[in-house]
Design a protein around this ligand. Structure first.
Ligand SMILES: C[S@@+](CC[C@H](N)C(=O)[O-])C[C@H]1O[C@@H](n2cnc3c(N)ncnc32)[C@H](O)[C@@H]1O
Length: 284
């Protein structure tokens, strides 16, 4: 898979903006767009703020990788992080810089580039934070090597990865969506929008191939155009991050679209967001 395909996808679909109608809906009024986006994000994923509150950011030299709209970036800065950022796409960099400038938020640096070649020097950061990003990076082995290079000895990597043992993966994606697509396909229907795109994906690679979970997952986390996604459990984390050891992990967010699970208090078992805190393995 080419990184340019991944970059083009995220540049064309800036993370999560469709949930509030996209920047155009707000007539390019960035301030109003950010206000609406953040309100939606922290209303539907209120655990993010609680998780961030439990981490000591104050005065910590922090690199955030994969910025999206910069909502969490702002939260880290407001919690005292000495913040630097990195994103693959010009669109995200533009939005985050605009946010910081409108809201007069202090930061150290922001760079456009890839986690596969982090444009910062070795041993620079106390914390690397990456929320919802590394499961979209096929060459995860190289990514984690680069992260371990820029972390100071004794530093911490905090990531959110999609969880394999979640209702979303097991039931919503694994069962409901696959059956739904099969039904539409067999009925010969030709809907537009997202369902239409799934059908067109299925027709171009063959339905059986498309419905295999290792293929279907890519198109069912961040829309049917998304080139790459992976789900994680702790065993996979240990395998994919050999430079690190896991010190702490927890699941959050009852999210399984089409299923009414949002209010079930089962996130610790079946939540969709797996937060993992890791330390460099070499520390012993
Ligand atoms: C799903 S969004 C997550 C954004 C934000 N952290 C959030 O939680 O809303 C993924 C972001 O990671 C960026 N990204 C994807 N691959 C990357 C890579 N190889 N290096 C750096 N950033 C990357 C994308 O451009 C996009 O802004």
């Amino acid at each position: 898979m080419k990184e340019s395909d991944i970059k083009n996808f995220w540049n064309r679909h800036p993370c999560g903006e469709e949930k509030v109608g996209g920047l155009e809906k707000w007539r390019d009024d960035y301030e109003q767009f950010f206000t609406e986006y953040d309100a939606f994000r922290y209303r539907t994923e209120s655990h993010i703020l609680r998780c961030l509150d439990r981490i000591d950011w104050n005065g910590k030299s922090t690199l955030e990788i994969g910025l999206g709209q910069g909502a969490d970036s702002e939260q880290l800065i407001r919690r005292g992080a000495n913040w630097s950022g990195l994103d693959l796409t010009p669109e995200s960099i533009l939005r985050v810089k605009t946010r910081f400038s409108l809201r007069q938020l202090p930061y150290r640096s922001i760079e456009q580039g890839s986690v596969l070649k982090i444009p910062y020097e070795a041993d620079r950061f106390d914390v690397v934070f990456s929320h919802g990003v590394l499961h979209h990076v096929p060459d995860i082995e190289r990514a984690q090597e680069e992260i371990s290079r820029v972390l100071k000895p004794g530093g911490e990597l905090i990531v959110m990865l999609y969880a394999r043992w979640s209702l979303n993966y097991l039931l919503s994606i694994g069962l409901v969506r696959r059956l739904g697509l099969l039904g539409l396909y067999c009925a010969g229907m030709r809907p537009g929008g997202i369902f239409g795109q799934h059908l067109s994906n299925a027709r171009s690679v063959g339905l059986g191939h498309y419905l295999r979970m290792e293929n279907f997952i890519h198109k069912n986390t961040d829309g049917p155009w998304n080139p790459y996604s992976k789900v994680y459990d702790l065993k996979t984390v240990r395998k994919d991050f050999p430079k690190f050891r896991v010190v702490h992990s927890y699941k959050q967010f009852m999210h399984a679209p089409l299923l009414p699970v949002r209010w079930l208090p089962l996130q610790r078992l079946f939540g969709w967001h797996l937060w993992v805190h890791m330390r460099p393995e070499s520390e012993g």
